[in-house]
Design a protein. Structure first.
Lengths: 248, 248
């Protein structure tokens, strides 16, 4: 997995973007992710791609006994350690693609908007399986397959078009899974496109029982903050999965 | 469920269309559907929306002990009875939305490109559950959520656009589930749009275990017959599910 978050320009632009209160992470992804959490009382949670650890504080405030966060970025882990100093938090710099080198047993594994950076989803799921307790739960969000589909080939990243007063999203290359290079925060970022079918099949084949799939939607509150988010409901930008470890 | 297949104009145009050997049913849907079938030896199969029964003959030729076909259209059932006269076949005119009035026990239930006509998918799944043996299998194809998403409001059904030499499919209204009226064979046809997430969740909530999800793709053979089908791989037109009844 490429680590753009320790690239200085990218990290500064990213932090600026995230510090604005009106963004899709705060207004769309985060509320849904929170709503999907199970009862966390006394649970030990692993957060994959924990970033600055803000979500981890929420997990502790909602009953979790401990939260371990991992992130590929030293910058992010430094921020997380600064934000969450209590003994119930623990942080490690780690590339999610090397999760097989990590040890522990967790009741719940969460991940926000990070899995689309991972090349080998099946390996990731195998590693997650091994880190979960019996009946452990995996909850993750990622960019939706609609969002990751188009191969831009270095061209302008146009993804909407207006025809006769109606806005349509553009879709192509859906069945061509794999690497997608996009420009984000003036930096080339590598993501991986996987179809809905592929996400579902990988979970099943790696012994997870899917509990629920959810597409992101903009709530009334989100639309009040930014009217453009209304269009998000015409084509979801994020997808969420809840899956349970199938005890063998 | 509205029955357009007993509308004379529609039925004639539909039969003309299906009698051409180069169409998406023959070259894309049918080969995939066949490849997804389990071992049928001695199995009793129910075919929902059986049409003219051609697929049912394939089922018998591949080991099924008996095939019962139901279809809302009298025209279709008349054709099926003509095509399949042997005692291993049995046909009934029946609206799939009234499947709770139907009796029997089937090892396998199949359905080709019919479920997108059904308004209440959860009721349909409940009825299917009751008609399956323990560990019975449901295999169905339907128009993909990409295909059914756009609300056309009586406007021209444009679904592709060329930008800088690349063809994109148009997508909108994805999260607005429900009725879609489209013009097909000079007739207004009512379909129902459901998202991938919704299809998966309905199966889970109605006690099915998803075995596999598959998007349609055009094989090399299909592309040899019609080069335009290459574009099908940029946005699947059909979606397939294999699901197993969860014994309680």
């Amino acid at each position: 997995m490429k680590n753009v978050y320790d690239n200085k320009t990218f990290f500064e632009l990213y932090k600026n973007h995230r510090s604005e209160s009106v963004n899709r992470n705060n207004l769309i992804e985060n509320p849904i992710m929170k709503s999907l959490l199970p009862n966390l009382t006394d649970k030990c949670v692993l957060d994959l791609g924990c970033g600055d650890g803000k979500f981890d504080r929420f997990l502790i405030e909602n009953g979790a006994r401990c939260v371990v966060g991992v992130d590929i970025s030293k910058n992010m882990i430094a921020d997380a350690k600064k934000n969450n100093k209590e003994r119930c938090f623990d942080y490690y710099v780690l590339d999610m693609e090397k999760l097989d080198t990590f040890e522990g047993e967790y009741d719940v594994i969460v991940s926000s908007l990070a899995f689309h950076y991972v090349k080998d989803f099946d390996k990731l799921l195998k590693d997650i399986y091994n880190l979960l307790t019996e009946d452990g739960i995996l909850i993750f969000s990622q960019e939706s397959p609609f969002k990751t589909a188009i191969i831009f080939d270095g061209k302008e990243q146009k993804n909407k078009i207006e025809i006769d007063g109606k806005i349509y999203y553009l879709l192509s290359d859906y069945q061509t899974e794999g690497e997608r290079k996009v420009i984000w925060n003036k930096t080339e970022v590598t993501k991986y496109h996987r179809t809905y079918a592929s996400l579902v099949n990988s979970l099943i084949n790696n012994n997870f029982k899917i509990v629920k799939v959810l597409d992101s939607y903009a709530s009334e509150e989100a639309i009040k903050e930014n009217e453009n988010y209304k269009k998000e409901n015409d084509r979801p930008i994020f997808t969420f999965f809840i899956a349970k470890k199938n005890s063998l």
